[in-house]
Design a protein around this ligand. Structure first.
Ligand code: C5P
Length: 213
C-alpha cells in the first residue's frame, strides 16, 4: 500500500526566532513509517521539526507550520491508500508574523487565529477505498472525546491517549485504539514500538476487509 504518515509537532512563528509549539517528539510516527517500510509498503513521511533520523527508504517531506503541513498532506493524499495523521498540529497560530525580532519590553497581548484542520479538509477528499487514521490527545473524557473526533473527522480508526507524559519518550501513558464500530483495544501496556507495529498490522487487516467488500 501507499502509506502517508505525518509526525512531530508544528511550529507557528510570531517573529523570526520565536514560535508556539508542543513537546511532540515524532517517535511514534517515525516508528510507524519504519515498520510500514520494512513490511514492504511505499511510505511517505511528512515531518514537523524533529531530531529523529529518517527511516531508510522512506521519502521525507519536512514542514514547519500547520499550513505548510496541510499543503504537503493535500498534495500527497490523492496518491495514498492510507493516511496516518500522528502529527501534533497546533490548533492556533499568531495572527501576524513579525519580520524582525520583537523587542517589546512591556506587557502585550498576542493574538492567535485558528489553524485549518488538516484531517477535516482531507476527509472531504477521501475516496471509498482510502483509509484515514487519526490521533487524539485528551486531558479529560478520553474515550468519549476521541470517539467524537473519529466521527467528526470521518476517520476509520483513532489512537487516543492521555496528556500525561506527553513528549517524554521513555514514559508510557493510557492509550487506546478505537475503531469505527466503537470497539476499543487497550494498548496501555504497549511500548511505542509495539504500538507502531500494532497500528500497521491493523491497517493491513482493515484494508484487506475493505477490499473484500
Ligand atoms: O482536534 P485535535 O487536534 O485533538 O485532533 C487530533 C487529530 O487531528 C490528530 O490526528 C491531528 O494530527 C489532527 N489535526 C489536524 N489538523 C489540526 C489539528 C489536528 O489534522 N489543525
Amino acid at each position: 500500500m501507499k502509506i502517508l504518515i505525518t509526525a512531530g509537532p508544528t511550529r507557528e512563528y510570531l517573529d523570526p526566532v520565536r514560535f508556539i509549539s508542543n513537546p511532540a517528539t515524532g517517535i511514534t510516527g517515525y516508528l510507524i513509517a519504519r515498520i510500514a517500510k520494512r513490511k514492504g509498503h511505499d511510505v511517505v513521511l511528512i515531518s514537523g521539526p524533529s531530531f529523529l533520523k529518517p527511516p531508510k527508504g522512506v521519502r521525507v517531506i519536512y514542514t514547519e507550520s500547520a499550513i505548510e503541513m496541510k499543503d504537503a498532506v493535500e498534495k500527497e493524499f490523492l496518491a495514498c491508500d492510507v493516511l496516518i495523521m500522528s502529527a501534533a498540529v497546533s490548533d492556533w497560530r499568531p495572527e501576524k508574523k513579525f519580520d524582525n525580532k520583537l523587542k517589546i519590553k512591556r506587557k502585550w497581548t498576542l493574538s492567535l487565529v485558528p489553524n485549518p484542520d488538516i484531517l477535516k479538509a482531507v476527509s472531504m477528499l477521501k475516496r471509498k477505498n482510502q483509509m484515514i487514521v487519526g490521533f487524539a490527545l485528551e486531558s479529560q473524557e478520553l474515550l468519549k472525546n476521541a470517539i467524537k473526533k473519529m466521527k467528526d473527522k470521518n476517520l476509520d480508526m483513532i489512537v487516543a491517549n492521555t496528556v500525561q507524559n506527553f513528549g517524554i519518550p521513555e514514559k508510557k501513558s493510557d492509550i487506546y485504539v478505537i475503531y469505527r464500530d466503537e470497539t476499543i483495544k487497550d494498548c496501555s501496556s504497549f511500548t511505542k514500538m509495539e504500538l507502531a507495529s500494532f497500528i500497521v498490522k491493523e491497517i493491513e487487516r482493515l484494508a484487506k476487509k475493505h477490499n473484500e467488500k
